[in-house]
Write a protein that binds this ligand. Sequence first.
Ligand SMILES: [Fe+2]
Ligand SMILES: [Fe+2]
Length: 419
Amino acid sequence: MHGIHRTILNRLLAAWVVVSLLTGAAVSWMGVSRIDGQLVALATTELLKTATASLPLLDRAESERNALNQLAADFVRHHAVAVEFRDRNRNKVAAAVNPLHADLDQNLRTQAYSFPADDDRHFKKLTAEGQTVLRILVPVKESAGGIAGYFEGTFLIDQETVGRLRHEMIVTLLVVLFAVTLTTICLYPVILSLNRDVMRYSNDLLKGNVELMEVLGSAIAKRDAATNIHNYRVASYAVRLAEKVGLKHGEIRDLIAGAFLHDVGKIGISDNILLKPGPLDADEFEIMRTHVTLGVDIIRKSDWLQNARDVVEFHHEKFDGSGYIRGLAGEAIPVTARIFAIVDVFDALTSKRPYKEAFPFAQAMTILQQSAGTHFDPRLATAFAGIAEGLFREVSNTPDEAVELRLQALITKYFFARR
Ligand SMILES: [Fe+2]
Ligand SMILES: [Fe+2]
């Protein structure tokens, strides 16, 4: 499975889990509230009937309390665990406990309880002996609107009703989860197709940038060495050395861009200096050095080409600090520039130039080794010495077009291949 498919699937899966959990929690919460509300409604209806029947009895004489007690006893027999009547002063005037639930009632009485101070309806869910009960308080009102007394009932929650309501809640939850899952499955191909378009556009953009890198590199090569192959060779050498010393993928990409653009600033050096057949005098050399800052200036115009900046800016630095343009030393010089310095000099030594013949391989290696620790990072110079002969044989026995093709393969690997 491609990495991008895995990424999209992982994110969709994460979104599915989050949305499912949130909707599941919301549906459960609403379901539980609904169950509570329905139970209260059921119990209150019964309670209100008895409360209304009790109204004429609440204010009567002591002797009439028997009638209230009888009413309470009748009520608990059918519906409740216990009931209580209180007068308007909140004094208990009658009570009854269902003998079948006497233990439960006793257990409930051990739980903290205080009679509410206001005249609103109240309900509370309580648990005792593994059973859930509702305690509901209803103020009994006179026809004039005043409080005549209070009626409080404790109801055992009917497990059948709770089971039915719970079943409804689970069905709702499953429907919601099914809808979320279906939406997620439908979204996958849509996101995949959008992503494919984005990938195509970004690939086209990348292709344009890589072409720009090669075009700029070849523009300066046309003026300088009259051949573009130097860029391809040094890029190949640099990648192989970078792989040997374990540079990261992104660093190798920057190194390739740097190899193509390292001398791009030479576009700004006049022909009489750039193409001078003999050695440069001090003033001319001073001008020649400015190709580094000119190069940095040219690539500044493009964010993408900035990746090449370390090599462009520091490829003439030396490990002992005696190079230019900043005189950096040791590991203060970016590793890509330290690698590039070695392969750039190696290719210059082993290539024929208008002013010199190509040095034999062994002589070029001797020169490199002599400069290890002064011009070059000794660790990298040693690593290069280990692979140089094979690389050189490979490149010198290969036509320029094939060298270019091989580098194109490396460009594909480091710039375009999905990892
Ligand atoms: Fe240079
Ligand atoms: Fe070069």
